[in-house]
Design a protein around this ligand. Structure first.
Ligand code: CA
Length: 616
């Protein structure tokens, strides 16, 4: 009587609106990067067609027609890209969906790249379908039927812009989070983009990994399912809290989901048994109606269930076990009752739980992991620490899920960590690096997904678990005491060669000997640079003997550099460059520092300017 997860629930969603986040930088890089950066259009009607036909009856297509008739699973259109310089490229698909939203399967050079959602549109539309890492020379891009019943007009392929640095912070939604919880978050942020943490759902499957792969995951995925009151009253028991305490003692990280058996309204007939009570189709429980009336029995049962789980989480807090807490997962899929009535009740239930656990139960060991990429379902930055989604690509597809990753980066404004909280086929670590799909961790689902040799062949698992990019249990550092040294600027990418330059500062501006000394110094450095662009960082330090309540930094660029984007400070003038503190970093105690960052362009040299700092 364990969870059963039909393949039909599993969706890989590639991004729509992929480029939004990158617009400012993309605009800059387009003007400064080498020739060939503009999109190249490939007409579907000129591509290689298998089981599909060219039509021209629906107006508005480009070229001489479009391709349609995707009704067999093997039907496909294959575009050939000749003489590519290679490297990361953004794929856009122009399509029509006269029969509503459909999915298409993508392949690059015959290898699976997940699915793309073709949303329902009037007429023709384009969708940002994620990234392709092209090899030099010839490449093929295939769109394969999947759900079919759509028209494909054309694709465009354009070199991907350099991604801006992450702006992820270790701040937690609960201001009273415990020291070990805050330390775990800092550990995750410090490794973001440098490594991926391995994870495995279910203690039995972890044991299978130990026996067959010889290494253990950094993260154990566990489930509050059998603490649900409507299961407990039918005799269910669980050892998941004991497992979590054991895993913590072995130096591992714990994540919990909760297959929340509906509190009441279980149908309990063949196919809809009580133990499937987290599924929408196995219960009559209506979350929208329950939440609409706080005096109702159903509302009180929601609180009863939350309180039961809070008691288990309290045991973990008492044992100083921080938890990556992922309740109400996959809500937007609708297959679980908490997502069965649309986004509003799901968001409301999340906020109710956050408030109940944080402010009523004072659970301070939780890092709140939201599990949907859709903005309509997002409950808000103030109650979410990490954004995530679950993906089960087809057998043999170990692609990086870059479109899905970008959607989550956009959802969290690149200020929230992004995690792959459930997967079947594990992404290839080499692909993750190549695509800069910086998933913080992955958790492979249990049972056949890890053990059947199909989703993840044993030699592949051994490569993943021995890959230098992948952190395993034995490689975890002391995350519960991880120091608070995170710079306020984003970390540099491991694939770049840092080009740090010497520091430059001016002496503090002193007051008269009889007065307190007020002053500041600055360090200017180039974190990364690439053709035409760079990421700069400035550290401001109070060198005086008294606190300062604001600072201004000024310099004159000597090589025609310009600032295109700035964070943790305000750009008030460009010539000379004048940058001022913002409300949250204007006050600095003696010896304290703060950091701001920026993206810039340059031509020729990119010299480090002389920088002055004025304290106020
Ligand atoms: Ca066309």
């Amino acid at each position: 009587m364990r969870r059963m997860f039909p393949r039909s629930r599993l969706t890989l969603i590639l991004g729509t609106g992929l480029c939004l986040l990158f617009v400012p930088v993309a605009a800059v890089l387009t003007t400064t990067s080498a020739a060939g950066s503009s999109p190249t259009l490939y007409e579907a009607e000129d591509a290689t067609l298998t089981g599909v036909t060219v039509e021209s009856s629906m107006p508005g297509f480009s070229g001489s027609g479009y391709v349609t008739g995707f009704d067999e699973s093997t039907d496909e259109v294959t575009f050939t890209i000749l003489d590519s310089p290679g490297g990361l490229h953004d794929l856009t698909i122009r399509y029509a969906t006269p029969y509503g939203q459909k999915h298409a399967t993508l392949l690059l050079n015959g290898s699976g790249m997940g699915e793309v959602v073709l949303t329902e549109v009037e007429g023709w539309a384009t969708v940002a379908a994620g990234r392709l890492n092209l090899r030099p020379g010839e490449n093929t891009v295939t769109i394969r039927s999947n759900w079919g019943w759509y028209h494909i007009d054309a694709i465009t392929v354009a070199p991907s812009p350099e991604p801006p640095p992450h702006q992820v912070t270790a701040d937690l939604a609960n201001p009273n989070a415990s020291p070990s919880t805050r330390a775990l978050m800092r550990y995750l942020v410090d490794h973001y983009g440098r490594n991926i943490l391995s994870g495995q759902q279910d203690y039995e499957s972890i044991e299978w990994l130990r026996g067959n792969v010889g290494r253990l995951p950094a993260i154990a995925g566990l489930d509050m399912m059998d603490y649900s009151p409507s299961r407990v009253e039918r005799g269910a028991t669980s050892r998941e809290v004991e497992n979590a305490i054991d895993w913590d003692a072995r130096g591992g990280i714990v994540t919990f989901c909760w297959h929340w058996n509906a509190p009441t309204g279980l149908i309990d007939e063949p196919g809809r048994e009580w133990w499937r009570g987290f599924y929408t189709d196995a219960t009559t429980f209506n979350v929208a109606e329950a939440l609409a009336d706080p005096t109702s029995t159903e509302y009180q049962l929601l609180l009863r269930d939350m309180d039961a789980i809070a008691a288990q989480l309290q045991r973990l807090e008492d044992a100083d076990v921080p938890v990556l807490w992922r309740p109400l997962h996959e809500a937007e899929g609708g297959w679980f009752w908490w997502g069965a009535h649309g986004p509003e009740p799901a968001r409301q239930l999340w906020r109710l739980m956050f408030d109940r656990f944080t402010n009523y139960h004072h659970l301070d060991n939780l890092i709140w992991v939201w599990n949907s990429a859709s903005p309509e379902w997002y409950p808000g930055d103030d109650v979410v620490d990490i954004v995530s989604s679950d993906h089960y690509p087809p057998v043999g597809d170990h692609g990086p899920l870059s479109g899905a990753y970008q959607r989550l980066v956009e959802l969290g404004g690149d200020r929230k960590l992004v995690a792959l909280t459930e997967t079947g086929s594990i992404p290839d670590p080499d692909e993750l690096i190549a695509y800069r799909a910086d998933w913080s961790w992955f958790v492979t689902w249990s049972g056949s997904f890890i053990e059947d040799g199909q989703y993840n062949p044993l030699d592949f698992l051994q490569r993943v678990y021995n890959h230098p990019y992948v952190i395993t249990l034995d490689e975890l550092e002391d995350f519960k005491n991880w120091p608070d040294t995170t710079p306020s600027g984003p970390p540099s990418s491991p694939s770049e060669s840092p080009t740090a330059e010497p520091t430059d500062s001016v002496p503090p501006i002193s007051g008269s000997p009889s007065q307190p000394v007020k002053g500041c110094s600055v360090t200017y450095r180039i974190i990364i640079q690439w053709p035409g662009g760079f990421h700069g960082e400035v550290i401001v330090t109070n060198t005086g003997s008294v606190p300062i309540d604001g600072w201004t930094v000024q310099w004159a660029f000597t090589d025609g550099q310009t600032i295109t984007h700035i964070w943790n400070a305000t750009l008030t003038s460009t010539s000379p460059v004048t940058v001022q503190s913002v409300a949250y970093n204007s006050r600095l105690d003696p010896s304290a520092s703060t950091t701001f960052g920026f993206l810039g362009t340059y031509q020729g040299a990119n010299s480090v300017p002389a920088v002055i700092c004025i304290a106020s």
